[in-house]
Design a protein around this ligand. Structure first.
Ligand code: TYD
Length: 210
């Protein structure tokens, strides 16, 4: 069996930058890494992603959005995560169901337990072996986003700082509920420091692989 690792956190927490560097190091060590993401990660998932992130779809309902994220995940798990893990690979997904728990469960108010239940149906019980939550004060996160001019601006980026604060708190609530699985990474440090910590955590987890 391989390993299934998920990366979580609000916009601008540096997940993508850090993980690119960590994956490079892990591959140098000879590990077979499958890097993937949600929403997206499959052809069908990317179509769902386009519906969710389309700036014109402002009338999408909260429940429709919740179910679309879960539908994307169902496809992703069956098509990418499970086969790759079965082939002994290390799957690293940028976002997974903890995003659903934080954004839809806590912020939209559907409740962590209800959205978790939905996800157990969508993933047929697949749960990450390890989740890294990139935690950062959203004021710093926004500054980082604004200085990165190349990044696409989508419908979900347009929300304000207060919202990003809610996202941070929602994630911390989720992390508190799943203490055994979720490790909180202090993302206010330099990229080098975070890369070193994340690399170490993953290497330790890999040691326990059968
Ligand atoms: P994306 O551009 O992929 O953001 P990022 O680069 O920060 O990962 O957009 C994904 C957005 O979708 C992000 O704002 C979080 C949100 N999201 C949910 O609300 N629920 C979910 O289940 C998932 C997977 C993502």
């Amino acid at each position: 069996m391989g390993l299934f690792i998920t990366i979580e956190g609000g916009d601008g927490t540096g997940k993508t930058t850090v993980m690119s560097k960590v994956v490079e190091l892990l591959e140098k060590d000879g590990l077979d890494i499958v890097r993937t993401r949600e929403p997206g990660g499959t052809v069908i998932g990317n179509k769902i992603r386009n519906i969710i992130l389309d700036k014109e779809n402002i009338s999408i309902t909260g429940m429709c959005e919740t179910l679309l994220f879960a539908a994307d995940r169902a496809q992703h798990v069956e098509e990418v995560v499970v086969p790759s893990c079965n082939a002994g690979k290390v799957v690293i997904s940028d976002r997974f169901f903890d995003s659903n728990l934080a954004y839809q469960g806590v912020i939209h108010g559907y409740g962590i337990d209800k959205v978790y239940e939905l996800n157990m149906i969508a993933t047929k019980g697949v749960v990450p072996d390890l989740t890294l939550l990139f935690d950062l004060d959203p004021v710093i996160g926004q500054q980082r986003i604004n200085s990165n001019k190349n990044r696409e601006v989508n419908r979900l980026d347009l929300k304000n700082l207060e919202y990003h604060q809610k996202v941070r708190n929602a994630y911390l609530e989720v992390a508190n509920k799943f203490k055994d699985r979720i490790v909180i990474v202090d993302a206010s440090r330099t990229v080098e420091e975070i890369v070193a910590e994340v690399y170490k955590i993953i290497k330790n987890k890999v040691k326990g692989m059968k």
